[in-house]
Design a protein around this ligand. Structure first.
Ligand code: URA
Length: 425
């Protein structure tokens, strides 16, 4: 077989069969198909798409380019969760200990943030000492002993995705549905959990900008999971505005702690409880929302979270300290009314400029930087009232402040935001 023939086949709108897909992915992971041919292939997929059968073949072939974790030494049904990415998304920090507080083991591998989206690993590394690299043995032992662990994605997992994702990132081929589906699902299957909850974000700050696209992606991934013997469900969740109040690594850890102390905003608290109910349901535990809320606001999730931080070398004193920045700028409402929009993409990019994110993979991070909202979509504001605070150690450009004010949209009509749009199972 030759890569050029497979690229041409896809370019002409034809489907690759299982052998062809397996050959292409295997040769790419082995360094025998060069990046320039793989990027041509990814661009051909962008224009011509892939059938469900091709996406399945690609997922299986990717899976075979790395090791699969065996979680069988952990008793009970293991459940995992994955988000397709967003702004202010601190869900894992709260949901994992909450689900673990019901005795359900959670062994989770997370990723880093890139561009306007944040990553759980960066948030955890904002806690002094927290180790994201555990050996497989230590990872499994910790889950057996305390019921949870969140670590970085292991290097030996799905090698083809590691190479391909980096390539897609610099060739404008990230936002392609079958490539996103095979990338996520190959990693989820390799990570070894029995059941999977997928949080497919929708809106301005997400890969999927509208509900129809998000639903299609969710359906493909649910089908892939099922086909590989892992019960999978997906929720479509709103990412038109940032999630919760904080964007930025330490700021999001602090918001997660406030939710786990029962001091978080109701909408975020309720949202996490609904996701926890779905995860618990997946492992056959029927728990009422009231009971889940009690675990969350009553400190049981926090106890698990602290145990995980300690077990992974984190410093509990540092965990609770406030952020340290040189500058805090307030953004005030230009007029009275309801907040109608806080565009997630814009605020994610602003947080990145303040130091909270990376434009390219090699950029350093300022864990302290970010944005905290005092008002969200649907809230009433008076003229001059503070809507958000910008935290940074950089010199603030005056242009950022005027732009930021313009992006706080205020109108006469109250909009009711909806965190969970739909469940796909
Ligand atoms: N997250 C992934 O892991 N892969 C993608 O392709 C997109 C989001």
């Amino acid at each position: 077989m030759r890569a050029v023939d497979l690229i041409q086949k896809k370019r002409d709108g034809k489907s690759l069969n299982t052998e062809e897909m397996a050959w292409l992915i295997e040769q790419y992971a082995a360094g025998l198909v060069p990046d320039y041919q793989m990027s041509a292939f990814a661009m051909a997929v962008y224009f011509k798409g892939m059938s469900v059968a091709e996406t399945m073949a690609m997922t299986l072939s990717m899976l075979k380019t790395g090791k699969e974790y065996d979680l069988s030494s952990i008793s009970g049904i293991k459940v995992d969760k994955h988000s397709t990415g967003g702004v202010g998304d601190k869900v894992t920090l709260i949901l994992v200990p909450l689900v673990a507080s019901f005795g359900v083991p959670v062994a989770k591998m997370s990723g880093r943030g890139l561009g306007h989206t944040g990553g759980t690993l960066d948030k955890l590394e904002a806690i002094r000492g927290y180790q994201i690299n555990l050996t497989e043995q230590d990872f499994l032992r910790q889950v057996r002993e305390i019921g949870l662990s969140v670590i970085g994605q292991s290097d030996d997992l799905v090698k083809a995705d590691k190479l391909l994702y980096a390539l897609r990132d610099v060739t404008a081929t990230v936002d392609i549905m079958p490539l996103i589906a095979s990338s996520i699902m190959s990693k989820k299957i390799a990570a070894g959990a029995d059941k999977i909850l997928l949080d497919v974000t929708v809106g301005d700050g997400a890969f999927m900008k509208n509900e129809d696209e998000a639903q299609e992606l969710a359906k493909i991934m649910v089908a892939l999971g099922r086909e590989m013997g892992r019960e999978t469900i997906a929720v479509l969740t709103d990412m038109s505005q940032p999630l919760g109040l904080a964007i930025g690594n330490r700021l999001e850890v602090l918001e997660a702690l406030s939710v786990m102390k029962g001091e978080g905003r109701d909408d975020l608290t309720d949202f996490i409880c609904q996701l926890a109910q779905l995860m618990l349901d997946l492992v056959g535990k029927k728990v009422s929302l009231a009971e889940i809320r009690e675990h969350l606001v009553g400190g049981q999730a926090l106890e698990k979270f602290e145990a995980m931080v300690l077990a992974q070398g984190g410093d509990l004193e540092d965990l609770y300290r406030p952020v340290r920045v040189e500058t805090i700028e307030e953004i005030r409402a230009e007029k009275e009314g309801y907040i109608t929009q806080l565009p997630a993409l814009y605020f994610g990019q602003l947080a990145m400029k303040l130091g909270a994110g990376r434009e390219v993979k090699t950029d350093g991070l300022d864990y302290e930087a970010g944005i905290v909202f005092e008002k969200k979509v649907g809230d009433w504001v008076r003229k001059g009232q503070v809507v958000a605070k910008l935290y940074t150690n950089k010199k603030i450009d005056e242009k950022w402040l005027t732009e930021c004010q313009k992006n706080v949209k205020i109108g006469d009509e109250k909009i009711e935001p909806k965190e969970i749009i739909k469940v796909i199972s």
